[in-house]
Design a protein around this ligand. Structure first.
Ligand code: SAH
Length: 259
């Protein structure tokens, strides 16, 4: 209990009152931005983020100062946000979806000890897995694993191990970062790994540009999924042995019985 109290005191806002908000802005459309996230953005003077996300925020909060760094400059982006917050400006660092799911929340907290005068508040958002699931139907209504196919920070061997373990345990698998220009064949490779444990007719789904202009969804089989060229704006769902497709909806049953 004492340890808990000490820990929670650590989380108290700093006396300086300087706060950096790490804000999840959801998958794209304004309606999927939480009210707490909207309040943080509206109360900010500066919004920092990767251009795709600052462009989405700018549509609804045009009077803010926007600062961006390129895609691979995540450390610089977080430091920039801390520096501006340290100067006493009200700053939000924006991430797509949820900042704690393949977002900046972890890196911000790792860097936080370098900026002791700034406290950090993380504001969650609707992640691609749940927003895309709602488009397809109910594909992740039972146990599921979320795996990123990006090997920029994780080795291919570890990705393969995680795919195999998830497939072996019959969990629904939700894939983020299924493909990119330099990893064109990764989705088909992932299907091959999963296919060692799952039938070719396993029901799968993909949603591209969730809650953004040009949203597209498709339900298919594991065999067909291996032949599809997905891109980095797509989230992929591989069903478990019970997942079905019914009237154009992908459904993973929880097991309720009814007559
Ligand atoms: N923090 C984000 C995920 C960042 S990783 C979140 O919680 O949603 C980036 C990957 O997320 C993309 O390659 C894609 O697989 C998925 N993604 C994020 N937003 C998406 C969207 N609007 N439509 C489809 N996929 C999306």
């Amino acid at each position: 209990m004492r340890e808990y109290i000490e820990k929670s005191q650590d989380l108290d806002p700093k006396e300086s009152g300087k706060v950096l908000y790490v804000v999840g802005i959801g998958p794209g459309e304004y309606g999927q931005l939480t009210m707490k996230a909207a309040a943080a953005l509206s109360g900010s003077q500066i919004i920092v983020g990767y251009t795709v996300y600052t462009d989405l925020a700018r549509e609804h909060f045009p009077d803010k100062e926007y600062l961006s760094t390129p895609m691979t400059k995540e450390v610089d982006r977080c430091c920039l946000a801390f520096e501006k917050a340290g100067e006493g400006r009200r700053v939000s660092l924006v991430c797509g979806g949820d900042p704690g799911i393949y977002g900046m929340a972890g890196l911000v907290l790792e860097l936080a000890p370098r900026y002791p005068q700034v406290s950090v508040e993380i504001i969650p958002g609707v992640t691609a897995a749940s927003a895309g699931a709602a488009v397809l139907g109910a594909p992740i209504c039972h146990d599921f694993a979320v795996i990123s196919l990006s090997d920029r920070l994780t080795s291919r061997e570890l990705i393969e191990k995680r795919l195999s373990c998830a497939a072996m345990s019959d969990m629904v698998i939700c894939l983020y970062n299924p493909s990119s220009r330099s990893r064109k064949d990764y989705l088909s490779w992932a299907c091959e790994v999963v296919g060692r444990y799952r039938k070719p007719e396993t029901v799968c789904g993909l949603v591209r540009n969730i809650a953004r202009q040009g949203q597209e969804a498709r339900i298919t089989s594991l065999k067909e999924l291996a032949l599809i060229q997905a891109d980095m704006f797509t989230t992929v769902y591989i069903g478990n042995s019970q997942t079905g497709a019914d009237h154009g909806r992908m459904i993973t049953p929880r097991g309720y019985r009814y007559v």
